[in-house]
Design a protein around this ligand. Structure first.
Ligand SMILES: NC(=O)c1ccc[n+]([C@@H]2O[C@H](COP(=O)([O-])OP(=O)(O)OC[C@H]3O[C@@H](n4cnc5c(N)ncnc54)[C@H](O)[C@@H]3O)[C@@H](O)[C@H]2O)c1
Ligand SMILES: [Zn+2]
Length: 365
């Protein structure tokens, strides 16, 4: 099976996203080719460290560089400054010591990537980092684009920095151990990419749902490459989210609020985004921007991918208040990405409370 590569041409911060089965065995080779690396610190969450830590460390041993595995407890609830504080204690206790030529390698999903990337952005005012993504969500979305950071009790991802990795390595065979709900969570982000940018991707998701849910390596590689191409295109056009990059938040205005309201751990990020897309589509249909047939088509593909399109009743008032406090809300105007068709979305910033209520009614209909 051949390797797929997607370039992320960000000038001096350019890098490649490489996707191939067995790639975990080649991480050492990649690091060796980087040159000028003084030491390695691997950050992995507790689940992934147990599953794949030894294979990664063995591959890194080929570099003969000092390398330690630092383990963070798994789960979004640990994506905090407190976890980073503890990691910094561990990092600065390493001997030989971390210096500006050190490399942080992240092994895990979006949580590990965001934490490890943030450490790299802030450790000694910035060291390089390499992402080895092990969830579908991280592979298709979080791995690429350089957003790093942690949550605060006041909201998700409120603390962070833009810091691009030196590379992203994705071994699709590692996805086989993913819990089904995590696989579906990643598939929801793929639907997001399809609706904002790509009819062919939507068709792939519609016609090959079974293969995707079975996590077949070749199908996964193809899916990941298609999604990374979309993400990279958008990020390259607007690295710091001044304009276009905001379209990647399709489904996320409602989604983030639903995720917090339902409670972390009770709903995956992707499942919340799936509901968020259904809600945003309802608003778009209500405004006459989107045909109800297209909204139905998106709901159908979500269902085919085993994602819920209806949810238990949620309070419109609390959801609205969460949206008002979202970091993307400016001057009380809630930003929403609304589709006009598959592959075409618009940014609006005049969502009303009435529309939130109507969307929620639809979600529990
Ligand atoms: N930086 C970005 O641009 C960006 C984009 C999207 C999402 N995110 C962030 O990503 C996070 C969500 O990422 P996620 O869904 O990958 O969650 P996650 O990292 O918590 O992983 C989900 C679960 O799967 C486990 N796991 C990971 N890989 C596994 C494997 N191969 N086999 C078995 N279990 C495995 C993890 O231990 C965890 O329990 C959120 O915090 C979100 O804010 C960031
Ligand atoms: Zn997301």
């Amino acid at each position: 099976m051949s390797e797929r590569t997607v370039e992320v041409p960000l000038g001096p911060n350019a890098y490649s996203v490489r996707i191939a089965p067995g790639l975990i065995e080649q991480v050492g080779e990649f690091v060796g080719a980087l040159g000028d690396v003084s030491r390695l610190a691997v950050v992995a969450d507790s689940n992934v460290a147990e599953l794949y830590g030894p294979r990664l460390m063995e591959s890194l041993a080929a570099t003969s560089l000092p390398a330690e595995l630092l383990i963070v407890p798994a789960g979004e609830e640990n994506k905090t400054l407190a976890t980073c504080g503890k990691l910094f204690d561990d990092l600065f206790a390493l001997r030989p010591a971390m210096d500006r030529s050190s490399l942080i390698v992240t092994l895990g999903g979006g949580v590990t990537g965001d934490i490890g990337g943030f450490l790299a952005a802030t450790c000694l005012r910035g060291v390089r980092f390499l992402q080895c993504s092990t969830t579908l969500l991280a592979a298709v979305d979080a791995s690429t684009g350089g957003k790093t950071g942690v949550d605060h009790p006041a909201g998700k991802n409120l603390i962070g920095a833009f810091h691009q990795p030196v590379g992203v390595l994705i071994d699709p065979d590692l996805l086989e151990s993913l819990p089904a709900a995590q696989l579906r969570s990643g598939l929801a982000e793929c639907v997001k990419h399809a609706v904002i940018r790509s009819r062919p991707l939507l068709e792939m998701l519609e016609t090959r749902a079974e293969d995707l849910l079975a996590c077949r390596s070749e199908t996964m590689s193809e899916l990941i490459a298609a999604n990374v191409r979309i993400k990279a295109d958008v990020v390259v056009a607007d690295e710091r989210e001044a304009s276009l990059r905001a379209i990647l938040n399709y489904g996320h205005t409602f989604g983030h609020a639903i995720e917090v309201e339902a409670g972390y751990g009770r709903i995956t990020h992707g499942q919340a985004v799936a509901l968020g897309m259904v809600a945003a589509n309802r608003v778009a249909v209500g405004r006459g921007l989107l045909g109800p047939d297209v909204a139905c088509r998106v709901e159908e593909v979500l269902k085919r991918l085993d994602l819920a399109t209806r949810w238990e009743p949620l309070s419109a008032e609390s959801l609205w208040s969460r949206m008002l406090h979202d970091k993307k809300t400016r001057g009380g105007k809630v930003k929403l990405i609304l589709p006009r068709d598959v592959g075409r979305v618009e940014i609006h910033d005049d969502l009303s409370t009435g529309e939130v209520s109507a969307a929620l009614e639809h979600l529990c209909s």
